[in-house]
Design a protein around this ligand. Structure first.
Ligand code: SAH
Ligand code: SF4
Length: 378
């Protein structure tokens, strides 16, 4: 654990929370806007640099508050321009944040938890087990750190980060309040001013929380589908046993209905060789999604050691894509970025102190397999 200072961290406070904070210390509410602009637009963490705030208030703030992002452990830049930060959070674990430039778009992929308890079979984050939920300051802190590294610019002018996807480590809907607060800050003009269409939450399918989401926010939604039937999906994404496909797609449709007609669900489908990449899977998917307006994003599997899965051939991916396209779907294939710095989807491992001891179990099972393999050698 990293020692805490007992001061209020202003980094993760939404505008109403910041106003409440200033109220509570007997100051005017408009201070909230001033201080938020310093923090988020200009990347400032030193109260003395907030020059439109009186010296007396700056001194008061220094005594009781702080602006503290997660500690940056490393920053790597890939040959393709992708950047990856490893940051240490209060629990002592490390999580990863990835920036992917693509034409006029700059997408930041943000983590919500240190590790993940949901244990999807093809995900290296899941294999690490779960350690902790990130605080709102640690979630928005990743945007703050990335934004600062490009030189902060006011939210009203062109910016490096045009899109944020909650597709880093962790299941965002299982860290609900903190993720909602951070996403409000991403969209707020006093924060990062990113349009609600360009902030996307990705979920493996925590149905009750998808319904809850609609009551709090109107960000874009991505569903990690990965299989066109319950039998296979339950093997790949264990939470499917609790919230099977029919229930899941109904909740996604309900959420999308609250957003209005022009917004569509993104369906993510990680393609695993000889597991979910057959033409029959594509046909099943066409049938499954026929009542759910969506665009489909195929993600070729990104390998990691001992995963037991392989990436399908380009031909298999193209054939799968074409079948879905012929049925009228808008289908993109995600290009793998930042592989040289291990920044691709599913390669984010950080350094998680597993509390579920899954990691040990996982390593033990790998060892068991190696022992069996060694025993099978002639
Ligand atoms: N927990 C959330 C968000 C984080 S995972 C979710 O599951 O949606 C972000 C995306 O990367 C998900 O669609 C996930 O299934 C995918 N992914 C995980 N491991 C992967 C791997 N090894 N290769 C390709 N995609 C992977
Ligand atoms: Fe967790 Fe998402 Fe990985 Fe599944 S794919 S283990 S939900 S991070």
């Amino acid at each position: 654990m990293i020692a805490t200072t007992g001061k209020t961290n202003l980094l993760g406070l939404t505008q109403p929370e910041m106003e409440k904070f200033f109220d509570s210390i007997g100051e005017k509410r408009f201070r909230a806007g001033q201080v938020m602009k310093w923090i988020h637009h200009f990347g400032v963490d030193d109260f003395d640099a907030m020059t439109n705030v009186s010296k007396a208030l700056r001194d008061k703030l220094k005594a009781i508050a702080e602006v503290r992002g997660p500690e940056v452990v490393s920053e790597d830049i890939s040959t393709d321009g992708t950047r990856k930060w490893v940051v240490r959070v209060a629990s002592g674990s490390c999580v990863e944040t990835v920036y992917i430039p693509q034409g006029k778009r700059g997408t930041l992929c943000v983590s919500s938890q240190a590790g993940c308890a949901l244990d999807c079979s093809f995900c290296s984050t899941g294999k690490q087990g779960f350690n902790s939920n990130l605080t709102a300051a640690e979630v928005i802190g990743q945007v703050w750190i990335a934004n600062k590294s490009f030189g902060s610019v006011p939210a009203t002018v062109d910016r490096a980060i045009t899109n944020v996807v909650m597709m880093g480590m962790g299941e965002p809907l299982l860290n609900f309040d903190n993720v909602i607060a951070a996403m409000h800050l991403m969209m707020d003009d006093l924060g990062y001013g990113i349009s609600k269409r360009r902030v996307t939450l990705s979920t493996s399918g925590v149905v009750p929380m998808i319904d809850e989401l609609a009551k709090h926010i109107d960000v874009s939604l991505a569903l990690s589908l990965h299989a066109p039937n319950d039998e296979l999906r339950s093997q790949l994404v264990p939470i499917n046993k609790k919230y099977p496909l029919k229930m899941l797609l109904e909740s996604c449709r309900r959420y999308m209905a609250t957003l209005g007609e022009k917004r569509v669900l993104t369906v993510e489908y990680t393609m695993l060789k000889d597991v979910n990449d057959h033409v029959d899977h594509a046909r099943e998917m066409i049938e499954l999604l026929k009542d759910t307006p969506c665009k489909i994003n195929l993600i070729p599997f990104n390998p990691f050691p001992h995963s037991g899965y392989e990436r399908p051939s380009n031909n298999a991916i193209r054939r799968f894509q074409e079948l879905l396209q012929q049925a009228g779907y808008n289908v993109t294939v995600r290009t793998t970025r930042g592989e040289d710095i291990d920044a691709a989807c599913g390669q984010l491992v950080g350094q998680v102190n597993d509390r579920t001891r899954r990691n040990e179990r996982h390593l033990a099972s790998i060892e068991a397999v190696s022992v069996q393999n060694a025993a099978a050698q002639p």
